[in-house]
Design a protein around this ligand. Sequence first.
Ligand code: HEM
Length: 434
Amino acid sequence: MADSAADALTNKRALWRQRAYEAPLDTLNPAWASAFRDDGHWPFFERLRAEDPVHWTPDSSYGPFWSITRYDDIMAVDTNHQVFSSAKGIGLSPKASVLPPDARLDETAGESPSPSFIGMDPPEHDIQRKTVSPAVAPTRLHDMAPQIRERAGLILDSLPIGEPFDWVDLVSKELTTMTLATLFDFPFEERRKLTIWSDTMTTAPGHGPAETWTDRRRMLAECREYFIRLWDERVNAEPAGDLISMLTHGPQTRDCTMDEYFSNVTLLIIGGNDTTRNTISGSVFALNRYPDQYDKLRADPSLIPSMVSETIRWQTPLSHMARVATQDFEFKGKTIREGDRVVMWYVSGNRDESAIENPEAYLIDRPRPRQHLSFGYGIHRCVGNRLAELQLTIIWEEILKRFPEIRLLEEPRRSYSVFIKGYDEMKVVIPRRN
Ligand code: HEM
């Protein structure tokens, strides 16, 4: 790996550590997109887990919020939807639907999204969730698997050998976008639009495809128009197994407004895209950082499913979800007030040494690899978790058949976001075989 980039990152991490421990505890704010970009966020959570696991940040660019940082406490909040509601936004910012979930308050004036079902409480949530879940049910996944495998093979067979390339672009984005296009039955040749729209939705202007907020609004309006066109086509056709057909024909969603429909489309675009993409990239990164684990995997490919789960824990592709308290609530000696925003930092819970043994280590043969918080818990637990695991498993089965090594060439470029924990670019080479 190129040393200068790695050295620069080490220095940045040291600065973040200093900042995390020098800040007075009572005003400590762990939500810095630049810390996540520099991989420097860890000390904030390490300190909070040890010194103040239910912590109030009185002021930040996202407004005031509670941080829940221990594994068991996150489970307690995530499973108590009566007290901790999703209906007032699930991001750090009070506005989070077609906005980047970590969009700052001053940037979001004028946008007022309708909620998708991730931003609803029962009973509406449960009804709408039921409408789309058949699209990712086990039988459907079973049917989709051969197609995912064929596409994974095509992607891998088209990669340059012996030449550097960006793994994020050529593999992670390509595979997840193809799968998403299948789920929506989206015109296949135009599938990269889905990637662009997804990135536009989850990044602040200047850090993704949109340069300005005006740009962003224009691109999302295009996306909306495109999906409304698909609605119009599908509503007049026979019901089918794709997600759009399910929304247009589902008894609980067919009468929704176009704002509501577009919010659910947005949820599925983001849910089905960045998270899995960043786990695919994360697996290459982690196996390079821990070469003994890469050796173990090559020696025993039956470890792929457990490696996949370990990567999902270790990477934690969504660093948090938030809730809003519906009433005053005593929690671990603190009083959470009605209306307070409560952030469950999955990224911290997944490193909690009181719940997970040796949590810093990446161990592909952990005894209970699916014990992690990356998919959330409770009624909003990820509906696409099995689809994500399936894609990861298939791509690694196909990789191991073809390439003994995917070599990381330099530190990857991490995303500038306190929500999407991932990689914008990852330079690798597949060594030529002699
Ligand atoms: C490694 C990949 C993935 C990760 C880490 C992930 C993570 C999450 C998390 C943390 C939640 C919220 C849980 C909560 O609030 O308690 C969630 C919900 C959701 N995810 Fe995923 N997700 C992944 C893949 C997918 C895929 C492939 C889809 C596509 C179908 C998807 C669709 C959804 C939907 C629709 C919800 C909302 C569920 C609800 O509100 O009931 N996710 N996901």
